[in-house]
Write a protein that binds this ligand. Structure first.
Ligand code: TXA
Ligand code: MG
Length: 346
C-alpha cells in the first residue's frame, strides 16, 4: 500500500484533504493524525473491523483497549455515560491532554474496549485532530501511531518510520506540543484514579476534584496496573539506560565522573540530559553522543523532546546510556514514569 503524507497548514484551505481523511475513516480505513500529545493511528470507533486493522498494523495485543477521540460534547454521549466526576473534568480540561475512563454505551463494540464494560474518551486540543473527527462524524479510536514496543511518535516523520506502506494516509500537522501521552483518569471508581500520568497533573486534578488517587499498580511490582497498556513493556532504547539522580548543582560533576568511569571500562556512553549537563560534558564526549533534552527544570520542554531523545541513540554507536532525572512532581511525574519504563530496573 502506498502511504500519502499530507501537510496541513491551514484547515480552511485544506478542507478537501480533511474531507478525504474523514471519508477514509468512515469507510473503515486507517488515518494517522496529530494530536497535542503524540500522533494517533485512527479508525472508526464504532466499526469492529476497522478497530481490528489497528491491532493488526501495530502488532498490539487484543486485550489492550483503544481510546475514543471526540470533537464535541454530543459525541461523548454517543459513546460513554458521563457522571459527575467526568462532568467536572470535562468543563475544566477538555479539550486537552486528558482521557476519561467511563462506562461505555452499546454503540461501542467490545473489540474496541478489549471486552471491558468501560471506554476511554479523549477530546484532543489540536485543530487538525478535531477537524478530522468532525469530518468523520464518528468517534475515532486511536492508539499512539507507533508499532507496539516503539516510542510514541511526536512528528509525521517518526509516524512514517513505523507506518509507511501500512496505511493510506498520514496527516502532517507538525511536531506535537506536549510530547507525552494523555493523562488517563478512571472516573468509574469511588475516588478518581490516575491510571497514567501526563500533562494534566495530579495537582491540577486535585484542585478540581479535591481527592485523587494514583493507581498503585503504577509503582508496585506485585499489583497489575489498571490500564492494560501500562503492564506491557514500553519503548526502551537498544542500549541499556540508567537514570542518574542527584542535586541539580552537582549534576554536571556527577555525570563527568560516571562518563569517565564508563569510558575507561571501554564503553561508548550516550547521555540524555539538560542543556547545563550537556555543556559540562562537552569536553568529555563527542557532540553526537550528547542529546540535550532542554533547559534543566523546564519540564514542558523536556517532555516534548523525550521520545525523540530516547530513540535518537538507536541511530548512534552508544552501547550504554545515562539519563538525567527530573523531580517527579507535576509534569515531572509523567516524565519519570516514561523514563522509568525506558530504563527497566536500572
Ligand atoms: O495522548 C494519548 O492518549 C494518545 C493520543 C493518540 O491521543 N493515545 C494513546 O493511546 O496514548 P494508547 O492506545 O497508546 O494508550 C491508551 C492507554 C492504554 O494503556 C490502554 O490500556 C488504556 O489507555 N485504556 C484504554 N481504554 C481503557 C479502559 N477502558 N480502561 C482502562 N485503561 C484503558
Ligand atoms: Mg501507545
Amino acid at each position: 500500500m502506498q502511504t500519502k503524507i499530507k501537510k496541513i497548514k491551514n484547515i480552511a484551505e485544506q478542507r478537501a484533504t480533511i474531507e478525504e481523511a474523514g471519508e477514509l475513516i468512515r469507510r473503515g480505513e486507517l488515518v494517522a493524525f496529530p494530536t497535542e500529545t503524540v500522533y494517533g493511528l485512527g479508525a472508526n470507533g464504532f466499526d469492529p473491523k476497522a478497530a481490528a486493522k489497528i491491532y493488526a498494523v501495530k502488532g498490539r495485543p487484543s486485550d489492550n483497549p483503544l481510546i475514543l477521540h471526540v470533537s464535541s460534547r454530543a459525541m461523548i454521549d454517543t459513546a460513554a455515560i458521563v457522571n459527575e466526576t467526568a462532568e467536572k473534568l470535562l468543563t475544566i480540561f477538555c479539550p486537552g491532554p486528558l482521557t476519561l475512563i467511563l462506562p461505555k454505551t452499546q454503540a461501542v463494540p467490545s473489540e474496541v474496549t478489549g471486552n471491558l464494560p468501560t471506554v476511554g474518551i479523549r477530546c484532543p486540543d489540536n485543530s487538525v485532530a478535531r477537524a478530522l473527527i468532525a469530518a468523520a462524524d464518528v468517534p475515532i479510536a486511536a492508539p499512539s501511531a507507533n508499532l507496539s514496543g516503539r516510542p510514541s511518535p511526536t512528528t509525521a516523520l517518526m509516524t512514517a518510520e513505523d507506518l509507511d506502506g501500512k496505511i493510506p494516509l498520514i496527516l502532517d500537522g507538525g511536531a506535537t506540543q506536549v510530547g507525552l501521552e494523555s493523562t488517563i483518569v478512571d472516573c468509574t471508581s469511588e475516588t478518581a484514579t490516575i491510571l497514567r500520568p501526563g500533562a494534566i497533573t495530579r495537582e491540577m486534578l486535585a484542585e478540581v476534584l479535591g481527592d485523587v488517587r494514583v493507581d498503585p499498580g503504577l509503582t508496585s511490582s506485585d499489583q497489575a496496573p489498571k490500564a492494560p497498556g501500562m503492564k506491557y513493556r514500553h519503548y526502551a532504547p537498544r542500549a541499556p539506560l540508567t537514570i542518574v539522580t542527584g542535586e541539580a548543582s552537582e549534576m554536571g560533576e556527577i555525570f563527568c565522573r560516571r562518563v569517565t568511569e564508563l569510558k575507561s571500562a571501554g564503553k561508548t556512553v550516550g547521555v540524555l540530559a539538560s542543556r547545563e549537563t550537556c555543556a559540562a560534558l562537552s569536553g568529555a564526549l563527542p557532540a553526537e553522543l550528547l542529546f540535550n533534552y532542554g533547559e534543566r527544570g523546564n519540564l514542558p520542554q523536556i517532555a516534548a523532546n523525550l521520545y525523540a531523545g530516547l530513540s535518537y541513540f538507536d541511530r548512534t554507536a552508544a552501547d550504554c546510556l545515562l539519563a538525567e532525572s527530573v523531580d517527579a512532581v507535576g509534569l515531572g511525574a509523567a516524565i519519570m514514569n516514561r523514563l522509568g519504563k525506558a530504563a527497566g530496573k536500572n
